[in-house]
Design a protein around this ligand. Structure first.
Ligand SMILES: [Zn+2]
Ligand SMILES: [Zn+2]
Length: 278
């Protein structure tokens, strides 16, 4: 699978694809088969772990697929495909005009067969001559690690089948991100808010924190100030274009300062006051 990533410009092409899809496969002259299929657009929601590691997804898509009865040419059988009598199979017609400059020759697409070089005398019953049928297909998508919401993967040739053997369109996969309960993506980095008690900030503590790929143990040293940020190197997301480049996990410490203390607790805090003073 080839993929290209583009941010933005996600909508719009589909409309043009279906209205002008046929026009694209033409051009350049010569025989062209059928009409190009339009692009298909799907959304794919991924969680943080899938984004970090990359994932292979099988998704069901409703689309036009090549008719298996006629193999896509739209004819009832071999005998019902005839070489076009206007262009004799070339798909082109030449016109010679006499002008004051002399004879001018122009080559245009054959109007009888629309450039296909053949005509059909009896249509396939399964697809009524269209060469394709509307059906559901499972498509495998290889998502590279490090994609982001709003990116688009182009799966070449997996869009709608063309009419009468025309080129298929592409499948355009729009990436969406599932939100994580505890982590927040910030580009390649991932942020986590750690809440610890005043006492734990004073004396230090070993705590477990969530990461994209499971939980990790970290050591909060004694005397940690609220707002301090600890960095878990390489625990962020890989760069989609360069997987060796990885982000970090940033752990911001938030110290709960007690508000409602009993007289006893207040007395104890006064005793430990030297700890809290820099
Ligand atoms: Zn058919
Ligand atoms: Zn023709």
């Amino acid at each position: 699978m080839t993929f290209s990533v583009s941010l933005g410009d996600v909508f719009g092409e589909d409309l043009f694809g279906s209205f002008f899809g046929g026009g694209r496969s033409r051009g350049g002259g010569g025989r062209s088969r059928g009409v190009r299929g339009s692009n298909l657009r799907v959304k794919l929601k991924l969680n943080y772990e899938e984004i970090a590691k990359g994932v292979t997804k099988n998704i069901k898509v409703k689309k036009y697929a090549v008719c298996s009865t006629c193999g896509g040419n739209g004819a009832k059988d071999k005998g019902s495909v005839q070489t076009c009598s206007t262009c004799h199979g070339s798909g082109q017609v030449k016109r010679v005009q006499n002008t004051f400059l002399g004879q001018m020759q122009t080559v245009t697409t054959c109007p009888t067969c629309n450039g296909e070089g053949s005509t059909i005398t009896a249509k396939c019953n399964s697809c009524r001559g269209e060469g394709r049928v509307y059906t559901e297909e499972t498509i495998t998508i290889d998502v590279p690690a490090g994609v982001q919401a709003g990116m688009q993967l182009n799966v070449s040739g997996k869009g709608n089948a063309g009419e009468r053997g025309g080129m298929p369109g592409d499948l355009l996969v729009l990436i969406e991100e599932e939100t994580h309960k505890e982590l927040q993506r910030e580009g390649l980095n991932v942020a986590y808010d750690l809440h610890i008690s005043f006492t734990d900030a004073v004396f230090g503590i070993n705590v477990e924190v969530p990461t994209i790929e499971g939980r990790a143990k970290i050591k909060i040293p004694p005397g940690t100030q609220s707002g301090k940020i600890f960095r878990l190197k390489g625990k962020g997301f890989p760069n989609v274009h360069a997987h060796y480049e990885k982000g970090d996990q940033l752990i911001q410490v938030n110290v709960w300062t007690p508000q409602h203390l009993t007289d006893e607790e207040k007395k104890n805090f006064r005793k430990t006051e030297p700890f809290g003073q820099p």
